[in-house]
Design a protein around this ligand. Structure first.
Ligand SMILES: Cc1cc2nc3c(=O)[nH]c(=O)nc-3n(C[C@H](O)[C@H](O)[C@H](O)COP(=O)(O)O)c2cc1C
Length: 367
């Protein structure tokens, strides 16, 4: 094949022309059309999910929507205690409840309703009410993870307070890190945790095999993190798609560089969702609901947000492998007494818009 032929083949294979369109992205345009509870599931699947694994399933009747975890979509190296798996399900439950209310259904949500079935994470009982949309609901189709640079400058404390809302039971709240000293301390442990992940072969490989490097894989799997999701400038993104796919080592180095020079360096604020017990699935789900509300609220205000969980991923990995706890005490120092970290993120005014990530079709997740 000639050089020009090779480039045009990579351009075709890697979706240079059709980024963000086609069947894997359909869910982003059709999430409002179906007025039934199944339509609200179409809103639920647009929620954030760890490594875009979409580890959820839904059973829908006229009276209820039941939400289940899909254990085949867990990440045992990255998330050995299923913390993120549960938090992602909480994100989906929040979108589901907003989508149901916009369709005229009030939700009564019971988290972990069955002692016998730990995969049954929520039972949502429906009663008819007047359909009510909200700014959070309206942001569902525009919310994306923004991994690009953010503008210099602060986000006003009043805005951060509105985004987080009141504290919930079980210590479920957002603790903001906004001072220069706090941001520097958090950035340092995030960068060190990123380095520790890439030095941990199990964690690095698990991430690498879930990265969707070309359009064929996006069409086939409709999950995972993609080049379009990296927040790159348009020309850099096009070049990244045309050049040969990264090796695992190159991908790890890119991630570490981005974490150091973009993600931590340009954050206006970091947020840590805290709880009193990070092992309690109900608190994880409630924390996920709050996390999704913060992200939707940020979206409706034109703010960008990126989840950043290298530190908690290392905390759980060290715990599971009975290694000395090198990260837990350092993150704890940045938080108020009596609570522990659940998940973390950064926030700011984005330099450029983020792009949608693929979603599996409803027929694959509605039981
Ligand atoms: C619990 C949880 C943990 C996540 N951790 C990270 C993270 O550490 N780094 C990151 O860039 N994105 C993280 N994400 C974001 C997901 O990768 C993202 O939601 C998914 O790829 C879908 O993309 P979208 O948010 O643009 O729809 C996390 C999301 C959730 C719900």
């Amino acid at each position: 094949m000639t050089a020009a032929g090779l480039v045009s083949y990579r351009a075709f294979d890697n979706g240079v022309m059709d980024a963000g369109s086609g069947a894997p992205y359909d869910a982003w345009t059709h999430w409002r059309t179906d007025p039934t509870p199944v339509g609200a599931v179409g809103a639920a699947i647009l929620a954030a999910s760890p490594h875009n694994q979409q580890g959820w399933a839904f059973r829908v009747t006229a009276q209820a929507v039941d939400v289940f975890a899909d254990p085949t979509r867990e990440m045992p190296m990255t998330d050995p205690l299923r913390r993120e798996h549960h938090v992602g399900l909480g994100c989906a439950i929040e979108n589901l409840v907003l989508g149901l209310l916009a369709r005229g259904y009030h939700s009564e949500v019971i988290l972990m309703p069955s002692a016998a079935d730990p995969t049954h994470v929520a039972s949502v009982t429906l009663t008819s009410v007047e359909a009510t949309s909200s700014s959070l609901h309206d942001a569902i189709g525009d919310r994306h993870s923004n991994r690009g640079p953010y503008e210099h400058g602060q986000v006003a404390d009043a805005v951060l307070g509105e985004l987080a809302g009141p504290a919930g039971d079980g210590g479920v709240r957002v603790h903001w890190l906004t001072s220069t000293a706090e941001k520097k301390a958090f950035s340092t442990i995030v960068i060190e945790a990123t380095q520790a992940i890439i030095e941990d072969r199990g964690q690095s490989e698990e991430f690498f095999i879930r990265f969707r490097n070309n359009r064929d894989d996006i069409d086939r799997f409709r999950d995972g993190v993609t080049l379009d999701g990296q927040g790159l400038a348009p020309l850099t993104l096009t070049l990244a798609k045309l050049l040969p796919a990264y090796s695992r080592a190159e991908g790890d180095q890119f991630w570490l560089d981005q974490t150091r020079t973009v993600h931590t360096a340009t954050a206006a604020a970091f947020g840590v969702v805290t709880v009193t017990d990070a092992d309690d699935p109900r608190l994880r789900l409630a924390g996920g609901r709050l996390l999704q509300r913060v992200h939707l609220g940020a979206t409706s205000r034109g703010l960008g947000m990126q989840h950043m969980n290298q530190v908690t991923e290392r905390i759980d990995r060290e715990h599971e492998q009975s290694l000395p706890a090198s990260f837990a005490p350092r993150l704890r120092e940045l938080l108020p007494a009596g609570v522990v970290p659940l998940v973390a993120f950064r926030l700011g005014t984005p330099v450029r818009a983020s792009r949608p990530s693929p979603r599996r079709p409803l027929k694959d997740v509605v039981l």
